[in-house]
Design a protein around this ligand. Sequence first.
Ligand SMILES: C[S@@+](CC[C@H](N)C(=O)[O-])C[C@H]1O[C@@H](n2cnc3c(N)ncnc32)[C@H](O)[C@@H]1O
Ligand code: SF4
Length: 458
Amino acid sequence: MNTVVRNEKKQYEFVSIDTASPCNARCIFCFNDWANIKGALMEPEVFEKTLPLLDMTGYDGFYVSCLFEPTLNPNFTKILSMIPEAGKNKAFFTTNLVKKLSEDELLAFSKANLDHINISLETYDRTLYDRLTGTKGSHFYENLERLSVLSKENGMKIRLITMILKSNIDELPTLIKRSREEISPVRHELRTPYYFKASDAQMDVAENDLLTRKELDEKKEALIAAAGGDENIIIDLSNDLESFKKKRAEDFDTHVTNSCERPGSANYRVRIESDGTGHFGHRAETKELFDLHDLNDPGQYFIDALIRLQSLEASNYFLGEITEKKKGLFSFGKKKDEALKDLTLPVTLLETRTPSSLDEAVLFDGRFLHLSGWEAFSLRNNNVSGQRMLLIKDHDRFIAFKPFTTERPDVAAALSDDSLKDSGFYLVIDTEGLSAIEELSLYSAVSDGEKIIAEQIA
Ligand SMILES: C[S@@+](CC[C@H](N)C(=O)[O-])C[C@H]1O[C@@H](n2cnc3c(N)ncnc32)[C@H](O)[C@@H]1O
Ligand code: SF4
């Protein structure tokens, strides 16, 4: 392959851990399905087993807490102190600050030297706060004030998250300004609540406080004006009452995603529950589950898992080796779909060069080759198999892959050909058992029913 190949080490996109899974609040918009959540607290010895993952994820990638309330773990400050200095800038946690926190705890948070702490701030109105969070006599405001002071003294960065709701929308312009003066957050994200799936009662309550698209449009300007062009104030108005209701009517499952929706990044997330069990990516993508209690060498386990996950992802693109022999076909073909019939056909290589480009070739962990680019050949000729195919030629054998199609409006515009807007491809190849990458060639291919015709891309 006559192209520059970049070598990279695969990392987990993020590691989301909870060290406590109860919550001392019941926010009306909360995406947690409380009827199905068992509270558990993670022991420090179990948390220790997550630490090798720090080296396997990047900036902002290590969530010490994510979905629940970490301050409810009596060992939480100890847990924070266990994070090695070198990895602290990847870590953060999110808290509601509802529980009465001692001066020692607040001081420990402010000195934890993490990248930042997220704090949820919905309103400065105490009555409304109680209603929105389902709490009474919360210590939120005193904790917030104290932690803000200590964080400024000790250099801890604070980020705020604020939900945009019917009952607080008119207050938000003042809340943005007041929190900027009093807390000086490095980032303030204001978001319309995401859809979630829970009991009807929980979803009914949330729906009551969601804004319609029209209402959001009307209030948008006031929020933007309050942000005053500060790029660290993020206003996400993408979710409205209508979309929530629509997903609810469809019984949309937030846990199921199509692994092909995000080429090149499927499965590279780790989720660890506070009881020590965990899984990768979304449950639908891989069935591999683990329990930290059972892992004697968690570092090696998570390194090996990265290879297994990449191998799984590559298998989604793999169709099989092309052969003309009728027997023993596709002995290692994993996808038994109709398209495989095409692979019994002989391959004819054309000398023509329909426009194409291999834009990027990245080799992860010396084994998994990610190729992306665009090609017009299969789009223009593929009226027989309906199956878009790319071939790798390794000396005298051909191996077929089903690429993920990506949008390339830039190509369509540059070549003034609207049919090329879907000409992009993304492909992951497990190169184990193949020759060196320089010796491989890449082709776009189509079947005319009797043979496979192919044109070289790279
Ligand atoms: C689930 S909470 C867990 C951490 C902690 N208990 C808290 O509330 O700060 C994490 C963040 O998600 C936000 N959140 C909760 N439900 C949400 C929803 N439906 N859509 C978007 N964000 C939500 C919370 O406001 C909070 O900032
Ligand atoms: S504090 Fe956080 S976890 Fe608890 S109910 Fe509110 S949003 Fe959910």
